[in-house]
Design a protein around this ligand. Sequence first.
Ligand code: AN7
Length: 350
Amino acid sequence: MTTVGVLQRYAHYLPLTARTPALSLAEGDTPLLPVPRLAAWVGVDELYVKFEGVNPTASFKDRGMVVAVAKAMEGGATTVICASTGNTAASAAAYAARGGIRAVVLLPRGGVTAGKIAQALAYGAEPVVIEAGFDAALDVARALARQYPVELVNSVNPYRIAGQATAAYEICDVLGSAPDVLALPVGNGGNISAYWVGFRRYHEAKTIATLPVMLGAQAAGAAPLVLGHPVESPETVASAIRIGRPASWDTAVAAVTESGGEFRAVTDAEILEARSEIARREGIFCEPASAAGVAGLRASVAAGRTPARSRCVCVCTGHGLKDVASVPSIDASAPAIPATVEAVAAALGL
Ligand code: AN7
């Protein structure tokens, strides 16, 4: 039998008991791809992409969600709730469906891509569109979970963090050590906190001898951790990280401070350029937020902050198909070519 899923693969590193349901959609175990052509563009000697877009709901959220939903079920919960820019909602919906419980997802109006809404609804989640951004929606979700018998599965839930730490274990297991630098996008700060938990744990267990420098990339219009204060009306093309008041502020700052790393802002233009380069140079299609880590690493090298002779890993957190509106499309009004070899050959200049 093949070993599948985060609960099985990293059982010893997770807060499981004999009564934790064996929930799985075969999440985790995602590829760590060497990306030499992208490395040349970024300006470092050795670069890998940890492609989290190939998880069951096409984002890294599945690693933590499988743990959070399994623990909620273990505790007798019949409803999970989250606020979400989309990926958490899709993941919560899928694992709730898999576990046979209810999922309620609070979505900021106009702040979630069509693909992510389609996922959440397809899995049977109950959506509530909130007349506010993500930060206020999360406030409501937290308050609801305090007052009603619904289990909060946002990343303030410690089981989410424990599950997401498995990505750090996987990187070390494959490389045989920690990378010099780990770069990733930061919204609520849960994922950077989780990676740091994972690296520290492997370090304490002496599985790895060194710790990576953590580089957290934020969109320039939604960069509270770069600025050092909350952002009232965050704005960016990378809707997944359109977050102005990160819930895991302190642990995200600790990850960067303790590792000697940095938070770095990248513009929407830099994010979209990186997304395109990742796809065209390496065949890896990720959503805009996912490209922020690559854009941030490139900017860090250009600024002389990250040495070129570094072994780097960029986490691409979600799949590109979740957000196709931000990719150039075919002009539907342009005339189509007749279905003949001659016409197509002429159109291609062959
Ligand atoms: C693709 O789904 O906050 O810093 O509600 O979807 O742990 O928040 C998503 C966040 C990066 C940032 N990349 O991670 C949500 C949500 C993608 C994301 C992040 C998100 P955190």
